[in-house]
Design a protein around this ligand. Structure first.
Ligand SMILES: NC(=O)c1ccc[n+]([C@@H]2O[C@H](COP(=O)([O-])OP(=O)(O)OC[C@H]3O[C@@H](n4cnc5c(N)ncnc54)[C@H](O)[C@@H]3O)[C@@H](O)[C@H]2O)c1
Length: 378
């Protein structure tokens, strides 16, 4: 009944459920695991079989009524999903029209784990990946500032963030002070950078412990502050999110021109289109390109390369929701209001030939029915 399938995006080594969590499902539900699904996260087929899962081939795993993944399916995998099936995964749907169209054509019910608001309204399944991506963003800023040849004929600036006595600290700007932004800011500050956060709602960070602890400057995001912040910066991290929409472009070419040439742009928000005008999606295999004299990094599945850490975190965060869905069905899932599982309505992104997130349906010109109407009809 439940198929746990293998990821196939470039260097996507995560798995949607680790054996420890599968063990909580198998006493009650049939779990089919695609051969090799967990290997790159450190879990072989034997580990899944030992907790009661059945190891099956690709087609059989995808043919189940509930398909569990970590990252959205690629176009080549659409045909593997059965009409009317439920997909439980991160989806980044707002930036993926072909996926939205497939959901409508195949009447897929999609439960999008990154838009689950959870009991505290704080996106509990997205948050662990954002923590990881924020830390990795700081790592990649530092890596691409090394004076190595990162692309043919393109060398990093050769800057160490902390500098030395007698030298100013290097400046890095973070746009969006949510989970990714704060985590990146913390790591960059610990590495010695002067960190400026540009945030839509700077007051919400006023009391945040990171602000004092890591000496973060927080500015409201508007033209003058963007220009002041980027002037002379060696790094920029994009970390803007407006849930269930594609990311607005906040940093434009004219702003990038103020950064030091040879600097680095890591737009973590590239999974939903990115907040930097010049960003496009790249891959772990070919992570950077050079534009406007800056190295640009736009990998949409950054946590995929720390799969052991990420898979455990994803599986643990999403398990209560998955279990609730399997136990109580779609109606019970959407109505959930327990200490562990609540505010699930936002996770429904498609059902029975309609998209259920209005902004996405409008942007793509595809049929829309609200999640509340779907729920009332169940
Ligand atoms: N590339 C990856 O592998 C990866 C991994 C995890 C998360 N992400 C993405 O990173 C992005 C950020 O995620 P998050 O969990 O930190 O979200 P979040 O909701 O915690 O933070 C987003 C922040 O952006 C701010 N914001 C919104 N509009 C803004 C604007 N115009 N200017 C400045 N700030 C603005 C919000 O106020 C909020 O503080 C999302 O797009 C998410 O999907 C990508």
């Amino acid at each position: 009944m439940l198929g746990l399938v293998k990821e196939s995006m470039d260097c996507e080594f995560r798995v949607g459920l680790v054996p420890h969590d599968v063990a909580q499902l198998t006493p009650h539900f049939k779990v089919m695991v695609e051969e090799g699904a967990g290997v790159m996260s450190g879990y072989n087929d034997e580990a899944y079989a030992q907790v009661g899962a059945k190891i099956v081939g690709t087609k059989k795993a995808w043919a189940q009524q509930v398909v569990v993944k970590c990252k959205e399916p690629l176009e080549g995998e659409y045909a593997l999903l059965t009409e009317g099936a439920t997909l439980f995964s991160y989806l980044d749907l707002a930036y993926n029209k072909p996926l939205a169209q497939m959901f409508i054509e195949k009447k897929i019910t999609s439960l999008c784990t990154e838009t689950l608001a959870g009991p505290k309204n704080n996106y509990p399944v997205l948050a662990p990946m954002s923590v990881i991506a924020g830390q990795l963003a700081a790592h990649f800023v530092q890596h691409y500032l090394l004076g190595l040849e990162h692309l043919p004929g393109v060398f990093g600036l050769g800057v160490l963030l902390g500098g030395l006595a007698g030298q100013a600290r290097a400046k890095v700007v973070v746009v969006g002070g949510g989970v990714v932004g704060l985590e990146a800011a913390k790591s960059l500050s610990l590495a010695g950078a002067r960190v400026v956060i540009l945030e839509l709602d700077p007051l919400k960070l006023q009391e945040h412990p990171y602000k004092q602890l890591y000496h973060l400057e927080v500015l409201a995001v508007h033209e003058e502050n963007i220009k002041d912040a980027l002037n002379g910066a060696v790094g920029l991290v994009g970390a803007v999110l407006i849930t269930a929409t594609s990311t607005p472009k906040v940093i434009l070419k004219r702003h990038l021109a103020l950064m030091q040439k040879g600097g680095v742009v890591v737009d973590v928000a590239c999974d939903l289109g990115g907040c930097v005008e010049t960003i496009r999606q790249t891959s772990h295999s070919q992570p950077v390109y050079s534009q406007e004299g800056l190295l640009h990094y736009g990998v949409p599945n950054m946590p995929g390369v720390v799969a052991k850490t990420s898979s455990i975190a994803y599986s643990q965060a999403s398990l209560p929701y998955l279990r609730h869905f399997l136990q109580y069905g779609l109606k019970g899932f959407l109505e959930a209001n327990t200490r562990e599982v609540a505010n699930t309505l936002g996770a429904l992104s498609a059902h029975q030939g309609y998209l259920t997130q209005e902004g996405i349906a409008r942007a793509f010109g595809l049929p829309f029915k609200s999640a509340v109407v779907v729920l009332n009809g169940l």
